[in-house]
Write a new protein. Structure first.
Length: 192
């Protein structure tokens, strides 16, 4: 093993200049946009499919906030920028489940601060559907039932007036004969 010792002073200016040259190069992007994602190809499937190229640090599929359904595009962040470039080149226009994937490299200057909101999370459906179902199926008291029937009868009366005003002679059974007097749900008194 040869050890070389320099007798002269070390020039610090050269090292700084070399570091500046490295910083002057634009940073390479390691984020890939994936568009036209088919139904059924979600976070879990995407992660397992794209990990064949390299390690994935973040993955996000854009979803509808209300329903949670996929908007059919997403972003993948690879640990190595070269892998992202290879993925963008090889997977663009790739036919997957009858959809042509659109895969593009996202330039660093196009990064959005909210790009990774909700990344690496599996979608959990909201409680809105459950709350609406419970509200719709609730047992109504007699006052609510009367108000409901009153609104139905009023709408029916307006419908008949519009038909007569238009000159349409159409007769159908009166809505009052079809509306139950009591709510359909029967509530038994709780035994003590």
């Amino acid at each position: 093993m040869d050890i070389v010792i320099h007798d002269g002073p070390v020039k610090k200016g050269k090292k700084k200049a070399q570091n500046l040259n490295v910083l002057d190069q634009p940073p390479k992007s390691n984020v890939v946009y994936v568009g036209r994602i088919p139904h059924g190809f979600y976070e879990k499937q995407m992660k397992s499919f794209f990990e064949q190229f390299g390690n994935i640090s973040k993955l996000r599929i854009s979803r509808n906030k209300k329903t949670g359904k996929s908007k059919h595009f997403g972003f993948i962040k690879f640990e190595v920028p070269e892998v992202a470039a290879i993925v963008a080149e090889s997977m663009n226009n790739y036919l997957l489940m009858e959809s042509m994937l659109q895969v593009k490299l996202v330039p660093v200057e196009k990064y959005h601060p909210n790009m990774w909101l909700g990344a690496n999370r599996v979608y959990q459906p909201g409680k809105a559907a459950l709350i609406n179902r419970m509200r719709h199926n609730r047992v109504r008291n007699p006052v609510e039932q009367k108000r409901l029937i009153k609104g139905i009868v009023k709408k029916d009366k307006l419908r008949r007036q519009k038909l007569n005003a238009a000159g349409i002679d159409f007769d159908y059974p009166d809505i009052r004969s079809q509306i139950p007097k009591k709510p359909k749900k029967i509530v038994f008194a709780e035994e003590e």
